[in-house]
Design a protein around this ligand. Sequence first.
Ligand code: SF4
Length: 492
Amino acid sequence: MSKVNLDLPEVAIRETRLGSITGYCGSAKELVGCSRCGKLKEGEHQFNQTIGCSVGQAICTVVLIQDAAVVSHGPIGCLGCLHEFDFTYQQNGDLRGVSSPTQRKLFSTDIEEKDTIYGGSQKLREAVKEVYEKVNPKVIFVATTCAVGIIGDDVEAITDELQEELGIPVIGIYCEGFRSKIWTTGFDAGYHAIARKLIKPAAEKQEDLVNVVNFWGSDVFGKWFKELGLRPNYVTPYSTVEQLEHSSEAIASIQICATLGSYLGAALEQKFGVPEIKTSAPYGIEQTDRWFRELGKLTHKEKEVELFLKKQKEEWLPKIAEVRSKLEGKTAYVTGGASHGHSLLAVLNELGMKGVGAAIFHHDPLYDNGSVEADALAHVVDDYGDVPNYNVCNKQEYQLVNSLNKVKPDVLLARHGGMTLWGAKFGIPSLLIGDEHFSMGYEGIVNYGNKLLEVIENDEFVKNFSKHAINPYTKWWLEQESGKFLGGKQNG
Ligand code: SF4
């Protein structure tokens, strides 16, 4: 178990904290085996096309907090990838009961060349004060970027001073892109800041409150928890500063994806006494049952959970069988982050489909809670069998393209924007679902199955598209092993 240390401004990066890797080529079963016996080693990429920056993930944990403002301390370009939050904001009509969500308040100190010589501290002070006056937030987060990390601005001292002066929390998030090769270190940096300076010790417990560490998915937990006599406290999108401050009063925490919530779940348990559900999120029948039973134990709702599961089975198992009969035997390739990508592999198998490969963006051998129960990939291998052609490739599209071309699945499932393009170029129907709660639980299997059917049956466009698409990758590359540039150091 990794020990959470909230005394330090920075969170330890995933490479050192969890032993996580970004390069692997083999099978899922071998990867799970390596992770359990200390043999997991990084397959060094000999070159990278581009990799995700952790600033985006750090800001993702705070930008949708209703009454927060975020200042990116760095060049304006470091905010470039954050336009996607506009999309995120608009795609989801279901804001969990929030009737008038506030605009996001995202700013940059716009560090320029001369600031890298004379320092950016003054610009940061002025920017934070201006943001405070203009948008009147209840908290201001300051996210650091490579440039200010290199010049060494003392962001911790400045934010402490400003907090004193303005009378609201002003909190540094230390997430410079160069800190880590693993993009999800940014999630940890954001949650470290929240746990360190925003969450307050619990004055009393709210016996029906359960923290749900998540992105911005639909309100499935509200519906489920109502039947169990519980309430979700969604952390952090669309929450308020006050809700976050009181998340220590919950009786349990759950995560929709251990990759996202690993650190905050552990921080809430270790520092605020809120136990977390260790088993991975409820995707697929077996895992949904395991997850609900653990929830029942932690919240003393065992009887309610058994009744709930019984009703779910009666309602949804016949519908799962129906959609399964239409998808049985189809093949699929998954690309996405761990562990949501693993969860999609579970859902595919419930639908009678075969996962014939995956390009997953990194791999954590264990999460911060140290429990093997949190390993969603191990659950997939144990519940449904091995997944061949399993790549860990840090969003390296050249590897995805190589693998897709060899495997030629019936459908490509993607979790991140931009990846479905590669399926379309090969004439492979491709599905991207942004709502990570869409495929959860029993009903999620039916939801996802119906979407898959729609996509597979309507393949005319991608078939035509592939006839005219230009593929930048040469025939030579498509014929190589997909792990060719992993320095010959593949695991397994
Ligand atoms: S923080 Fe560093 S890696 Fe991230 S966008 Fe800015 S310069 Fe690039």
